[in-house]
Each structure stands twice: as structure tokens, then as C-alpha cells.
Design a protein around this ligand. Structure first.
Ligand code: PLP
Length: 368
């Protein structure tokens, strides 16, 4: 038997991938066009415009990097950092740590400010550090998927902007579920991923770079040390009258992302954000009724990623296994210091709906 004909239909309530929207599935199966076909190029242009709209930016360099969120992270550092550059990474979870690793591999002098996992980045600490040292780039994760913390971008952004450093923001998990306002924040380098609140399979990293960042790229001392992610070449495919082949674009994934962003803009960004928030609130109420607590204090919680403390005496992995086996629902486990201590329940994109919350709570109650 062909295994693909017998795949289980799992309700994906982990940290991503989330469930794919039916319109996205439909788009993925549309006829594959050539990567220089004029119809495809007009679709690329439309997608760039919709990504600009969703991220609230006028940045011309706004397009999906080929690859998952990590490709976005690599592209974000490899293009704008050179050996010896000074970088500050604000860390309160796995993905902040990964950024530090990426920047160190490029030969940057990397400092970090670390905060307890489950708590947000403290803007006062950022302010104090930026008052004593200057950096070429400051990086932060907007929505820390490993802990369920929403970092206070509204407070951090003006501090970084005033310091003169380039500001790099990862919103792999935030985009499409909480506001992302690149130009208001003064973000210079941004990336996201398709498989969270955009309700599209993994495979692309929506990306944006400000004119200031592009100037930094143009004035580099040396070549970008990565051919595939070198923006100075990729932009010749994504912009201009005459498009130049760089690598073959993942055509059908681009259809999928086009549909995913269109669906969000048609529902309305505010409505989508409100839907994530109300699904989160319903989940929290239901979890509390089951006697469960969240890791993160109210006010710092991500609506789309709920870190739930595993009660004393409960088999963390056993509950996840039973949820999957008996109810067809996937939860995520804790990472690093939170392994065995939390479940990560994602209500992302198409799964941020009341009927999904009810199904989740009913199943979890039964498993507990
Ligand atoms: N950054 C954050 C905040 C993430 O949550 C993830 C993935 O979960 C990544 C980066 C890496 O993305 P990917 O796994 O799609 O490569």
C-alpha cells in the first residue's frame, strides 16, 4: 500500500507545524509554472505586496526566503554581519540561543543578555546595556516558541533604534497571530516562517530588510559568505523589470503562501488577531478548570503558544502519547530546561478556533 494514502489526519496543536488551511492545500496543487513565467512573476509581485501589508512595511526587499524559518535566520545574519562586528542577542529561550550560535559562526563578537526562560526580555536591562556599549546589530525573538513568552517589542524597539544598531527581529511564531509592525518599530531585518500562524506547510521564510540594512549589505568589506542566501543576488530575481535566475523558486510553496496571506488579509488582520486572542483565553479558562497552570505570567503570554505546567505526578510524555494515539491530537514537549516540565499547546492560524479549543480540552481532560 502507498503510505501516503494512509496518513493519519492529526490535529496539530504543538509549536508548529500547525494545520494547513484548506485554501492553502488547494493552492499547493495548482499547476506548476516555470520560475520565469510572466504569470508566476506577477504572482510573486502580488505576494511581496501582501507580505508588506501584513508586516506593515514599505521595505522593497520583502519576499519569502526559500527554506524554513531557520533559513530566514541565517539570511538575517549572514547578509548583515561580518567577522568582528559586535552583536547583542537578547535571549529568553531556545531561539535566542540559536541566534547567538548563528552570529558566532560568522565571526561576530557576540554579547548576550539572558533572562529566565518563561519571563520576557526586560527593557530596563536592554536600556542599561545599550547605554554602556554600542553594537552593530541587536537581535531579539518576538514570540519565543520554546516558552510561550511574548517579548515587549513596543518597548525594546525605541531603545535599539536610538542606539543606532541594526535591529533584527524573529517573528516565526508571531506573524499572523499578533501585530507585526516593522516600520513603526524601526526593524531592519525581519524573518518569519510559514508553518505557524500562516497555516501553510513549512518551507518558506517571509523576510524583510530595511533600506538601512541594504546599505549595510552594499557596503560590506567582504562577500556574503553563503551563496544560496546572498540577498544581493536573490533580489535580482524578486525585483526589477528583468528577472535573473538565481535558484529555482519553490513554485508551489509560493502559491501556498500567496493563498495563506490572502486568506488572512481577506478575514482582516484585526479579526485574525482577535480570533487568536479569544481562542487563547478560552483555552486558559478551560485549562484552569482542569486544575492546570500556565508557565508564563498573564500579560506576557503568547496567544498562539501556551506553555502549560505538567502537574506533579503526571507523566508528561505519557499524556502526549495518549493525546496522539487516542485523540489524534499533537502537543509539543518542553525544550532544554523545560523538558518534561511543560506541554506546549499551539493554537495557530486555522487552529485558533473555538471548536478546536473544545476538542483539545475534552481530550486533555480525558487523558489526565
Ligand atoms: N525561530 C523561532 C521563534 C521558531 O519558533 C522556529 C521554529 O520553531 C525557528 C526560528 C526555526 O524555524 P524552522 O524550524 O522553520 O527552521
Amino acid at each position: 500500500m502507498n503510505k501516503l494514502d494512509a496518513l493519519p489526519n492529526i490535529l496539530l496543536l504543538g509549536p508548529g507545524p500547525s494545520g494547513t488551511h484548506p485554501e492553502v492545500y488547494r493552492a499547493l496543487t495548482s499547476p506548476t509554472l516555470g520560475h520565469l513565467d510572466p504569470v508566476f512573476i506577477s504572482l510573486m509581485d502580488e505576494l511581496k505586496g501582501m507580505l508588506q501589508q501584513l508586516t506593515h512595511t514599505r521595505n522593497e526587499v520583502t519576499f519569502p526566503v526559500s527554506g524554513t524559518g531557520s533559513a530566514g535566520m541565517e539570511a538575517g545574519f549572514v547578509n548583515f554581519i561580518e567577522p568582528g562586528d559586535s552583536v547583542l542577542v537578547l535571549i529568553n529561550g531556545v531561539f535566542g540561543m540559536r541566534m547567538k550560535d548563528v552570529a558566532e559562526r560568522l565571526g561576530a563578537r557576540v554579547d548576550s543578555l539572558e533572562f529566565d526562560w518563561g519571563t520576557p526580555v526586560d527593557p530596563e536591562a536592554v536600556k542599561a546595556r545599550l547605554a554602556t556599549r554600542s553594537y552593530d546589530l541587536v537581535a531579539v525573538v518576538h514570540a519565543e516558541t520554546s516558552t510561550g513568552v511574548r517579548n515587549p517589542l513596543d518597548e525594546i524597539a525605541p531603545l535599539v533604534r536610538a542606539s543606532g544598531a541594526l535591529f533584527l527581529v524573529d517573528s516565526v511564531t508571531g506573524l499572523g497571530g499578533i501585530p507585526v509592525t516593522l516600520d513603526d518599530w524601526g526593524v531592519d531585518v525581519f524573518y518569519s516562517g510559514t508553518q505557524k500562524c500562516l497555516a501553510c506547510p513549512p518551507g518558506l521564510a517571509p523576510f524583510s530588510a530595511s533600506p538601512r540594512a541594504i546599505k549595510r549589505l552594499q557596503n560590506r568589506r567582504g562577500k556574503v559568505p553563503n551563496w544560496y542566501l546572498d540577498l544581493s543576488m536573490i533580489v535580482n530575481y524578486w525585483a526589477g523589470e528583468k528577472r535573473a535566475y538565481h535558484h529555482t523558486a519553490p513554485i508551489n510553496m509560493i502559491y501556498g503562501l500567496h493563498a495563506a496571506v490572502r486568506v488572512i488579509l481577506e478575514e482582516g488582520e484585526d479579526a485574525v488577531i482577535a480570533r487568536h486572542q479569544s481562542a487563547h483565553e478560552a483555552l486558559v479558562t478551560g485549562l484552569e478548570d482542569l486544575g492546570l497552570e500556565l508557565l508564563v505570567a498573564p500579560g506576557h503570554r503568547l496567544p498562539m503558544l501556551n506553555a502549560v505546567k505538567v502537574p506533579e505526578g503526571v507523566d508528561e510524555a505519557g499524556v502526549r502519547a495518549a493525546m496522539l494515539r487516542d485523540h489524534g491530537i499533537e502537543f509539543g514537549a518542553g525544550l532544554g530546561p523545560l523538558a518534561g516540565k511543560i506541554w506546549r499547546i499551539g493554537l495557530m492560524g486555522h487552529n485558533a478556533r473555538p471548536e478546536v479549543v473544545s476538542r483539545c480540552l475534552e481530550a486533555l481532560g480525558a487523558c489526565l
